[in-house]
Design a protein around this ligand. Structure first.
Ligand SMILES: [Zn+2]
Length: 295
């Protein structure tokens, strides 16, 4: 657990995948050399040429609210277009319970964007239906993401992959009258006390970061602005999953500048190691300092 003022932050890990280095079209093995002492092992295995990609939710509590940021891949979802998430069976809810939280305790689900690995636990299977997992939670997503993925709102012409998670993991939330949904712009200040949103488009058009501030401290949940800390050293590298690589790069540079200027804790969605850390200015570029505390 990490503390930011009155907030506590925990990582609820669903699964750790091995991601081939083809994640980056610009991959250059020699970029590993200057950071090999900490990057090789927890983040990258040169022998197999794969990264550790953690799929997790962030759990943020302030004594009043119990907030889950992103909801992983989910169990039992058919994912022919993204095999690593096809028919998962992971003890995610047990992990959450291990942190003292049951699904019905969650007051808010904040979805940074609506990719397959960020919405799965929104729903679980009940008979033939997908029903809300977090039955008492307000679900928050950007309007841009909703419109981009919804087959009935213009996403129909897109490949099957991006829309399937929408159909079984987002639409049931939108359609269920007993579930409260907030469609936001992604730049709201103090959406909740101490919690603001920041637009971080590129990887996904409506992606937002979540900013948690109290007592002069800041935690910034940067979603998929970066997948691996090697991008802090190579901000021009976008992943193959970034939908608009040029915008993703501009956003990444803006977030790096913010993190280095403020000294905030950054909490990406997929870093291995201790999953979060700090960005430091280093010459003309930046360096990563992993948090010593595992949240
Ligand atoms: Zn992701």
């Amino acid at each position: 657990m990490i503390r930011i003022g009155r907030f506590t932050i925990d990582c609820v890990e669903e699964i750790v995948l091995r991601e081939p280095k083809e994640l980056y079209a610009d991959w250059d093995e020699s970029a590993v050399d200057p950071i090999a002492d900490w990057f090789v092992g927890p983040y990258y295995d040169p022998e197999s040429g794969t990264f550790a990609t953690s799929i997790h939710s962030w759990l943020v509590r302030d004594g009043e609210r119990t907030i889950v940021i992103d909801t992983g891949g989910g169990n039992g979802k058919p994912r022919p277009a993204s095999g690593r998430f096809d028919g998962l069976n992971q003890p995610y809810l047990e992990e959450l319970a291990g942190k003292g939280v049951h699904a019905e305790d969650v007051t808010h689900v904040l979805l940074t964007h609506l990719h397959v690995d960020h919405v799965g636990w929104n729903t679980r299977r009940q008979g033939d239906a997908w029903v809300p997992t977090f039955t008492n939670a307000r679900h928050v997503m950007t309007e841009v993401e909703r419109d981009w993925r919804d087959p009935e709102r213009g996403a129909a012409g897109k490949p099957e992959g991006p829309t399937m998670p929408f159909v079984d993991s987002v639409k049931p939330i939108l359609d269920d009258d007993s579930v409260d949904v907030d469609l936001v712009k992604g730049d709201e200040q103090e959406f909740l006390p101490g919690i603001s949103f920041m637009q971080v488009p590129g990887h996904a058009p409506g992606m937002m970061a979540i900013q948690v501030q109290d007592g002069g401290e800041e935690a910034l949940f940067i979603a998929d602005v970066m997948h691996q800390p090697i991008q802090i050293y190579n901000p021009d590298w976008s992943s193959r999953y970034c939908e608009d690589k040029q915008v993703a790069t501009e956003t990444r540079k803006r977030v790096l500048e913010h993190a280095a200027e403020t000294g905030c804790l950054i909490l990406p969605a997929h870093f291995g190691g201790t999953h979060c850390g700090y960005v430091r200015k280093d010459g003309a570029g930046y360096a990563y300092e992993a948090s010593k505390i595992m949240p």
